[in-house]
Design a protein around this ligand. Structure first.
Ligand SMILES: [Zn+2]
Length: 524
């Protein structure tokens, strides 16, 4: 009797489950579905085509299919390994050289498998058992995360937020509206956009023309502004809910997937969105490409055609697909190319999404000038020469000064183009609005050329770079006088809701938190 090979299917879904279990806090179940179907379908094609076309022994085809699948999903690991062996560092070896090597490995393996003479039943059983164990391991992890998350309920979070946070149904219209229609509100996050003095001192870049333009347009530029948290999702979970995170339940304080999932939930279904909904606002959210800030449940979710999720991107970058794309187009990986198009799509559409019947709350998280660095001062494409990653400098250059300079030049080269596109958008938003809008242009944290998560010395300039942010706010005059130079994002919407919507809110301390555990390390 021939033992049927089920292992190719299990090896094909293993990378997806593994990636899911290691990113359980931010990846939604829907994001898994498409890669899952493609992977299982791919395994079926690999098994069935040689079987029906050439009538080979299904067990041998199974061994070959599993070999192919494992080699396919290990491309990135093998590439890094080869780079490390040849160059002494895990990045830098071009796909031009490595892709042919990978193809050679594939042929060599195929030739060896074709000559296998042994007991195919035994080999198939062994592979079936091995793949089952791998899957079981990931399955147990996922079940554990699901259990923890199910128990980390949102009720305590709701309860604690009542303490001086928006949510009370005090519907007085206060200063805003007053019989007229309410203004559209734009919350534009430029990820990692540093404060002008930091750009001057560390990047030798004078950004005053842009800030002068904003000021002249009527923006208040908080020129001593700092982030409350130094990473994206902590910062946005805080600012979108008008709360410092140390008010939150212990699941979040202790970190881990359950806490992460709660924070992501706070971004996707924020107090600001639900509060504004009570006033008749509809939320418009642009796709960011970054799982934790994808608000797919918004009233209007705006994404470029053929949108690829961050999860699929990471999966693609594990395989040679990115390298094939690179070879075909002699330039970029698939993920980078798509992320660049996504950013330009947002710039093109930012002022166009509020044309229907409002009022609208527009949430737009642009993962730029944060790495990867994808365009120059004129918006011409630049290739980061590695698969799409939102990792910061320290994650891939290990504080190598040469690469640190490369980070700085790549980062700063994008600024003039970002400024130009933002100015165009602001111009259009203001001229399209029947009621003067509210526009917040803010960074979630500063740049990261010196970022080193292990070094949280407050005296260190690392923190100055990472925590100092661009923060420009366009509000009606009656609110503008409450803005101040060193305000932090936790207070942005507190001021807007207090002085625009009559909410009894007090300011939170303008503190910056850094490092792990992030809650209690107030450093600035
Ligand atoms: Zn960020």
């Amino acid at each position: 009797m021939r033992i049927p090979p089920i292992h190719p299917f299990l090896f094909a879904v293993y990378p997806i489950l593994f990636l899911w279990s290691s990113n359980f806090g931010s990846v939604s179940n829907q994001e898994i579905l498409v890669p899952f179907i493609i992977s299982v379908g791919g395994a079926a094609v690999l098994l069935l085509i040689p079987y029906f076309c050439f009538g080979w022994d299904i067990r041998k085809i199974g061994i070959w299919a599993s070999f192919f699948i494992c080699t396919f999903f290990s491309y990135w690991v093998l590439h890094r390994l080869a780079s490390y062996v040849l160059l002494g560092k895990s990045v830098g070896l071009s796909n031009y050289y490595f892709l042919p090597v990978w193809v050679f490995i594939l042929f060599l393996g195929t030739a060896c498998i074709a000559r296998i003479q042994g007991n195919l039943n035994k080999m198939t059983s062994a592979l079936n058992v091995l793949s089952c164990l791998l899957l079981l391991f990931s399955g147990v992890n996922i079940a554990r995360h699901s259990f923890e998350t199910a128990h980390a309920a949102l009720e305590p979070f709701e309860a604690r937020l009542d303490n001086g946070t928006p949510g009370q149904k005090n519907m007085s219209r206060a200063a805003l509206g007053g019989g007229r229609s309410l203004p559209d509100i734009y919350y534009i996050i430029l990820d990692g956009y540093g404060r002008s003095d930091v750009l001057k001192n560390i990047y030798d870049y004078d950004n005053s023309a842009f800030l002068d333009w904003l000021t002249q347009k009527g923006f208040y530029v908080a020129n001593r502004s700092r982030a409350n948290y130094c990473s994206t999702y902590l910062s946005l979970a805080s600012s979108l809910n008008c709360t410092l995170l140390n008010n939150l339940p212990t699941e979040i304080e202790s970190g881990g997937e359950a806490g992460e999932r709660l924070l992501v939930e706070m971004i996707r279904n924020s107090r600001i969105s639900s509060f504004l909904k009570d006033f008749g606002y509809k939320t418009v959210a642009f796709s960011s490409g970054y799982s934790k800030t994808e608000m797919k449940s918004a009233d209007f979710y705006v994404a470029p055609p053929g949108n690829i999720s961050e999860f699929s991107n990471v999966l693609i970058s594990m395989t040679p697909l990115d390298a094939f794309y690179f070879h075909l187009f002699h330039y970029d990986g698939l993920g980078n190319d798509f992320h660049r198009r996504r950013l330009f799509f947002i710039f093109d559409n930012l002022a166009e999404v509020t044309r229907g019947k409002g009022p609208f709350f527009v949430f737009c998280h642009l993962v730029t000038p944060h790495p990867p660095f994808l365009f120059d001062e004129k918006g011409r494409s630049v290739s980061p020469r590695q698969p799409l990653t939102f990792a910061e400098a320290s994650d891939f250059h290990n504080m190598d000064p040469l690469l640190q300079n490369e980070y700085r030049s790549g980062y700063i080269r994008q600024i003039p183009y970002i400024n130009r596109r933002i100015m165009e958008s602001v111009e259009k938003i203001i001229s399209n609005s029947s009621e003067p809008p509210i526009i917040v242009i803010q960074a979630d944290h500063g740049p990261g050329s010196m970022l080193d998560w292990n070094n949280s010395d407050p005296e260190n300039s690392v923190l100055v770079e990472r925590s100092s942010i661009l923060n420009a706010i366009y509000v009606p005059e009656q609110m503008r006088r409450f803005l101040y130079p060193n305000m932090t994002p936790v207070n942005t919407f507190r001021i807007i809701l207090k002085h625009g919507f009559g909410q009894p809110l007090e300011l939170q301390p303008d503190k910056t938190y850094y490092g792990e555990p992030f809650m209690h390390t107030s450093v600035l």
